[in-house]
Each structure stands twice: as C-alpha cells, then as structure tokens.
Design a protein around this ligand. Sequence first.
Ligand SMILES: *Cc1c(COP(=O)(O)O)cnc(C)c1O
Length: 386
Amino acid sequence: MIPAHLPSLPQFLPFTRPSLDEATIAAVGDTLRSGWITSGPRVQEFEAALSAMFGGRTVRAFSSGTITLEIALELAGVGPGDEVITTPLSWVATANVVLHRGARPVFVDIDPVTRNLDLDRVEAAVTAKTKAIIPVDLAGLPVDRDRLYAIARRHSLRVIEDAAQSLGASWRGRPIGADGDFVSFSFHANKNLTTGEGGALVLPADIDPAFCERLRLQGVRRLDGGEMEVDVAGHKGNLTDIAATIGLGQLRRLDEFTARRRELARRYFARLDPAQGAPDLGLGLPPADFADSNWHMFQVLLPLERLALSRGELIAALRERNIGVGVHYPAMHLFALYRGLGYAEGNFPHAERVGAATLTLPLFPAMTDANVDAVCDHLIDLIQSE
Ligand SMILES: *Cc1c(COP(=O)(O)O)cnc(C)c1O
C-alpha cells in the first residue's frame, strides 16, 4: 500500500537522466548535415576545450571510457605478467581493462568512510611486479591525490586515474584532470557530461600524443603522398564528430550541472541526516564533501540487518512508487570472472559490506527539490514501515 499522505510521482523518476538542450540538438543537426560525421573538426574542438579546462594539458578523445583506460594502460607500459593495484568497488570496466592487457588486477579493500581505495593498504600490496595503480573517484569523490602520488613516487608506479565519475570534481581547488599522471574520463550517458558514449585521456608529458593517436586508430601513421605505415596493432577507439558535438554542448553547462548536483545533495542531507533533524533510520550517508565532489551519485547504505525488506524488494517497492534507484556496485572480486582468479568472499570485507548495502538515489541536474523530497518521503516510509 502506498500511503495516501505521501506525494505521488506522476511520472517515473529515473536515478539519472542526461540534460541535453535544444542548442546541442541543433548543433548535432548541423554536424549531420556537414557531410563529416566521424572524427574530424568537432573532435579537435572538443579536445581543445577539455585541454583548456585542464590547464593546457594534452587531451585525446575516445569512443568510450573503457577504451580510454585500456589505451592508458598500454601507454603506461602495462602488459603480461604485470600487476595493477585497484579497488574492488567500481564499475567492472576498471579491472576488465587490466585483464585485457594480460596483467593481473590486485584488489585492495576500500576505506569504509570514503568508499574509495584505502591508501593505508596500498603499499602492503606492492610487489616487484606492480606496475601501476588505478584509483577510482567513486560517486565523484576524489581519492586523496597528495597521498596517492606520494605512494606512487616511493615505488616508481604509474597512475591511471579512473576519473570516469569525477569530471567537474576538484582536488585542492584544481579540477581533476589538471594534475597527475594519466587521467581517464568517461562520457557514457549516465556520467556528469555525456557524448552518448565516449571518453577522454589527459596525457602526461612523457607520452607522445601521436603514438596515442595511433593506438586509438589501428596503429595507422599517415605519410606524405597519401601513403601509410602501421607498426603497432592499434585499437578502434576514435570518437565521432556527432558525439563530440554533444560533448561541446554539455561542456558549456558543466559548471551549472555540478552546482545543481551539489544543491540536490545538500537537500538529501537535510532530509536524511539525523544531525539535521531527520529520523534516525540507520542509513549510511556519504561523506558530506561540498568542496571537492561533483556529486556524480548520492549513495546511501541500507541498514539491512534491521530491515524486513531485502535490497531487491526495496528497489521493487520504490519502482512501484515511480522511483528508480540503482546499485553501484556489487564488489567485483565476487564476480565469477574474478573468483576464477582466486578471489573469494571475505577478502575485502568493507567493499563487500558496502557493495551489498549500497543504493543510488536519483540525482541529476534537471531534478526538482520536490523530487528529492518525494524520494526521501518514500524511502523513509518504506524503511520505517517495518
Ligand atoms: C563509466 C565508467 C567506466 C567506463 O566507461 P565507459 O564509457 O562506460 O566505457 C570506467 N570506470 C568507471 C568508474 C566508470 O564509472
């Protein structure tokens, strides 16, 4: 039964939805009519705009965040026999790309407060085979860059920042992407800036952008007189001008999007944080970081031990009330693929606990304050009605 006193949502509220304006849609029409729809002038313009945001660092665009990460690993020299340290609490792409390089993902448990890689545990996982670290800014909350790079320097490790979720976030007042070694972004439809599908890599100074471009497109090098040469088996990972046109339209509004996400997150805290007068439901709230995070997601940890409903039942009940929520993510070392590499239940207790209890509430720039209130009213009702 849906209590009559609660606000009802006339339309389904998804957990996220891209904000695409009419100017962007018109610009895509212009690109389609231009006669040049794959990689061309719009991609170069998009790369230049991203570069400007990152203090002039070199940026190359790709067809997905996954291929961006994979090519970054290749540029970093990660190959068969190497180990790469990363978090078990991320989208599975983060570890899959390590396997694609023939290397081994070495998981390290998360910090239960930030839900990111626990930097206190990283050094104990370093071996003679360790080549790189892939930190993930889960939900847009940046990993501590000072401590991360201190560890990387001490052990001569490369860093491939999986910043798929942290475009628009910052560290010490500087945008994620402006500093660091390799920084990889995703522009999947659910990310804070979308191109439909897409990604971008910020390159460190020791990497030749021309070699990066060859890895992006079949290893082809264009020579004078229309000739070509191929000296490496490159990928097929180039972004289209259609996608880049969407990205340019999104980039103009990124600051506005981030500001609105922060406002919505503040409202979630006002409605769910007992310290601000909310009923104490035993929910685990994310760190209230309004300086650095871009609030890619607002994730609560459910008090499963005192809940009569399972997480799946709660998700179904919310859906019945027109509220879409998500699970980001189950701990990935428990997937069959990674169990097959020797990982097992009990290896990373914090990641397992968070992965089992996490729930992503709706959060996207076009959401209204009333939407947040409705989500909280229904969530509180379902948790309390036990
Ligand atoms: C989205 C995402 C990726 C992969 O990006 P795609 O564009 O979907 O290929 C990788 N890592 C994290 C943490 C992500 O959120």
